[in-house]
Design a protein around this ligand. Structure first.
Ligand code: RUQ
Ligand code: CUA
Length: 682
């Protein structure tokens, strides 16, 4: 018998070895692609027959050639796109527009074992304080604005942040393993919109959207002007531990306008942050009571207010104790904001939406949804106007309003419904035009980034399909844009794809922006049949330094250190009613394979994946217990549940990891209460 076992073991080991060698042979083939275009005559003949057969246009061919990435070759950029009310983040390769990874953030996701009983995720640990709102589990989000961590205003590829508009939360993703590590919930307000990082990632800035009473309290809408407020929260990020520190964070109280997008200054304008707003009318809606509906009430004035905020000085005010604490958050009151001169307003036309700081940090671009222009302000002029007190007055709360003409240096007529602006490395700016379904290219009058054409002129437009929201250019909101690519994140796709029913995919369109002037070219349509991407950021792939396998066997990915629960050998430890099963996995077995517990026991599997092979992930689930784990090579994952129902529960590996994957299972035997021997003396 023992002999039989031994020979089986040898066969298993051989299988693993053969598989691993095959894998390595396969990998080493990468790069040994046959000589490009060795036989041009043959190429053109066979290519032409495909062109004819498929009825392709010459333009289609250049598009196809620009985006095709042959097997074994890599995309050169990756785009992190928010997943809207799907709550996740998508990592998409460019130029191929292939989905490389969905990162589970606000919504549980079983493939990654995210939110299904695994403790090493915000859904199972104190890092997930923000998973709860009012003590209730909130297991979805409306992810809007991804923000890559920055060093000196350039993406550094280390972390990614994203906000949840629906529930006023921020999540932290570590790009060493592309996993969410922390979710924090804003204690002051329940929804947000703008989210961005300061140029060295000292803070993740979160702007409230719809004004409410501060701290989730109650107040009548008739008390709107006194009791409702806007807020800007500065979440302190500690890069060394990869966590937001709520205790070291602070917020600034603002008038109850609807603060919208947020863009921190950079280079010359570092230390300031620009936030636009709408509903400076302070309309409170109530169409059913005969009031103008919000859409009209909020759009009466020609100008709203760009908020210009000195956050470096605000940090100083906090250090000097100039705050009050509300719901555990340090808040600088509006009174102190005014006294310390932290906030100025600049009129901005007309239902503004996007606010974007140019790569040099000198220019701030505003798009008014109901104005065909983008308006450009000069940062140095803003500083002068503040120094010389060139104010046209105050708002009702006493905030100084800077004279529009003193700081506006240009307006460019770009077209209808301008929303968001991005930049490239040739001195161009790009603005999405929602109403026109196109993207406008115009020239910056910026000595650091000088386009060949006259400054502040529209040079071209490209139609998109359809209803563009954000656009994203490669590193397009940093101090050194890469240029090359622009992705138009379109809300509607209408007729672009085969009909899959009334709920249509969004359409992400890749546009080539390498050539100057009016030469922009649509390359690719990517349907995304998932929650609606809002903003996206595109980073060069060589800035991403993700791990192939976890650094050592027994890794706790949540804390990025060796897990106390890791093990190289299996053991079962019972403490009272808690049974801890220290489990190992390696192709193709779990150890142990039999686990016997009693009904009502708390069962914790601590599973260590012993593999060091690239991609040798195993999964784990126990029937009926709503648990699922993904255990990457080197990882230790703990799954925790109460075995409240008696029976025999197979557990098995979820990943097709080897030829004997189906054999990779075990039995959890939950002995019924009534069979359990009564304690002595009963
Ligand atoms: S903003 S609707 Cu990014 Cu255009 Cu959220
Ligand atoms: Cu491990 Cu299948």
């Amino acid at each position: 018998m023992a002999r039989l076992q031994k020979s089986w073991f040898v066969v298993l080991i051989l299988l693993v070895v053969i598989f691993t060698i095959g894998l390595h042979l396969g990998r080493s083939k990468k790069g040994t692609v046959t000589e490009p275009l060795a036989d041009t005559a043959n190429f053109s003949e066979s290519a032409m027959s495909i062109v004819k057969e498929r009825g392709l246009h010459p333009d289609d061919i250049t598009s196809a050639l620009s985006t095709f990435v042959p097997t074994g070759k890599y995309d050169d950029h990756v785009m992190f796109a928010s997943g809207g009310h799907g709550g996740q983040v998508f990592a998409i390769g460019l130029p191929s527009m292939r989905l490389l990874r969905t990162i589970a953030v606000f919504t549980p996701e079983p493939w990654q074992g995210y939110g299904f009983g695994v403790k090493e995720s915000p859904f199972g640990s104190p890092e997930g304080e923000g998973v709860f709102r009012n003590g209730k589990l909130v297991n979805w989000g409306d992810s809007h604005h991804p923000a890559l961590s920055e060093t000196n205003g350039d993406y550094d590829g280390e972390f990614l942040f994203i906000n949840d508009k629906a529930n006023g939360r921020i999540a932290v993703i570590d790009l060493r393993d592309f996993e969410t590590k922390q979710i924090v919930a804003n204690p002051l307000f329940g929804n947000d919109h703008g989210a961005a990082v300061t140029p060295n990632t000292d803070y993740v800035i979160e702007g409230s959207q719809y004004a409410t009473p501060v701290g989730h309290h109650y107040a009548q809408l008739s008390d709107y002007q006194e009791k409702y407020r806007g807020m800007l929260t500065f979440w302190k990020f500690n890069r060394a531990i990869g966590r937001i520190e709520p205790k070291n964070s602070f917020a600034i109280e603002l008038p109850p306008y609807w603060q919208d997008l947020v863009d921190p200054g950079k280079l010359v304008s570092d230390g300031w942050v620009f936030v636009n707003s709408f509903n400076t009318e302070m309309a409170t809606g109530g169409v059913e009571e005969g009031n103008p509906p919000f859409e009209a009430g909020v759009s009466q004035r020609d100008m709203d207010y760009l908020h210009v905020i000195n956050w470096k000085k605000a940090e100083q005010v906090i250090r000097n104790g100039g705050f009050k604490e509300i719901e555990g958050m340090r808040v600088i009151s509006l009174e102190t904001v005014l006294k310390e001169e932290l906030l100025y307003f600049i009129p901005e036309p007309k239902s503004p939406h996007g606010v974007d700081v140019s790569p040099s940090g000198k220019h701030i671009v505003i798009s008014g949804k109901l104005d065909p222009h983008v308006t450009i302000y000069d940062f140095n002029h803003i500083m002068d106007a503040i120094a010389k007190k060139e104010f046209e007055g105050q708002d009702p709360y006493g905030v100084p309003v800077i004279k529009f003409d003193a700081v506006k240096i240009a307006q460019v007529e770009v077209g209808l419904g301008p929303l968001h602006t991005q930049f490239d490395n040739q001195g161009y700016a790009y603005t999405s035009l929602f109403l026109e379904s196109s993207v406008a290219r115009w020239t910056l009058g910026d000595d650091a980034y000088q386009a060949p054409e006259n400054p502040w002129t529209l040079v071209g437009k490209i139609p998109i399909h359809y209803n563009v929201g954000h656009i994203s250019t490669a590193a397009g909101d940093t101090v050194h844009p890469d240029g090359g690519y622009l992705v138009s994140l379109n809300k509607w796709s209408v007729d672009r794809f085969p009909n899959v029913g009334p709920l249509l995919p969004q359409n992400l369109q890749l546009i080539d922006i390498k050539k100057p002037g009016d030469q922009m070219k649509l390359l690719y349509d990517m349907p995304i049949g998932n929650g609606e991407p809002h903003y996206a950021q595109i980073i060069s792939m060589d800035k991403i330094k993700a791990w192939e396998v976890y650094p050592e066997v027994g890794w706790d990915p949540l804390h990025q250190q060796k897990s106390e629960k890791s093990t190289l050998e299996s053991k079962v430890v019972r403490t009272g009613n808690t049974v801890e099963i220290f489990t190992t996995v390696i192709r193709s077995h779990f150890d142990p394979e039999h686990v016997q517990v009693k009904q009502g026991d708390r069962v914790i599997f601590h599973i260590t994946n012993l593999e060091r092979t690239y991609d040798a992930t195993h999964g784990f689930t126990v029937s009926d217990y709503n648990v699922a784990a993904s255990i990457e090579p080197g990882e230790t994952a703990s799954i925790d549940f109460i075995a409240d129902k008696p029976g025999v529960y197979p557990y098995y590996c979820l990943e097709f990891c080897s030829a004997l994957h189906l054999e990779m299972m075990g039995y959890l035997l939950v002995e019924p209460q009534e069979m359990q021997a009564p304690a002595v003396g009963q």
